[in-house]
Design a protein around this ligand. Sequence first.
Ligand code: RFL
Length: 309
Amino acid sequence: MRTQVAIIGAGPSGLILGQLLHRAGIDAVVLEAQTADYVLGRIRAGVLEQVAVDLLDEAGVGTRMHAEGLPHKGFDILIGGRRHHIDLYGLTGGSQVMVYGQTELTKDLMQARAAAGLTTVYEAKEVSIHDFDGERPRVRYLKDGVRQELECDFIAGCDGFHGVCRASVPKNAISNFERVYPFGWLGLLSDTPPVSEELIYAKHERGFALCSMRSHTRSRYYLQVPLSEKVEAWSDERFWEELRLRLDPKANADLVTGPSIEKSIAPLRSFVAEPMRFGRLFLAGDAAHIVPPTGAKGLNLAASDVRYL
Ligand code: RFL
């Protein structure tokens, strides 16, 4: 098989890149190690910045996001029991953020790819990249037990932090900078109305807490926990109890609790690799850098990378 751009990874970076290339008349094939359902089942980002919103519009996949997403003009910071409102809209001259789940955005991009008849190979195993320092790069993989080779002009490494692309670069050609934090984020997703119209970031002596959301009926909450914590030790009741301790009386009065539909602990790290280009191989998104979810930046940086690429 031959294509102009081989995209490794069907996360947000790979799918947005595929869509932009398609609209520019450039042929690309996406190779993804997992199934489409597995990719859609990963609960991750939920806050899109203006740059990502604009890019999705440019890519022609913004319709459902505008219909179902929640535009926010600001957020609250809760410190020492007092709330401080940050007016993003006013302070940036009209920019805002959009609450729209990464899973929804991924679904829109997958549907756009399928509707345009573009090739995505799911469950592409043992992906390896070759000759990206020359004129004719190649990608090899295993599909349904059969070895395949994809010839291309460029390889886009959109395969996340644990992917094969960055790992394939000669050690002396890349510099990595990393900081691993001694705590993680315990996240809970529930089908309950959000505690507040906008996000609340809470600083508390018991640890940080974030009240976020995915829609008017689905909430996402986070608690800072030591890295040694096990998710099994956190019943839903314990989670809600601890969250209440870190919030103010108003949030406590407004908080609606319910059974979790997902609960997990994300270890936090900051990581940057440079450069992002190695001959005909380009890294984008989490393959090149990771930021803790605290700032709701990862997906937005991935979109920005793809835009420049
Ligand atoms: P992804 O999403 O990790 O996708 C990479 C894809 O590559 C596949 N892959 C391979 N495919 C083929 N061969 C291989 N050898 C492969 N190795 C890997 C993987 O299966 C996967 O499908 O990277 P991408 O596309 O760069 O997108 C990055 C974003 O997913 C990430 O930055 C955000 O989710 C980070 N993040 C947040 N970002 C925000 O902007 N706002 C948020 O509110 C936000 N919240 C979060 C987050 C990340 C979290 N994590 C990771 C635990 C909340 C959480 C909890």
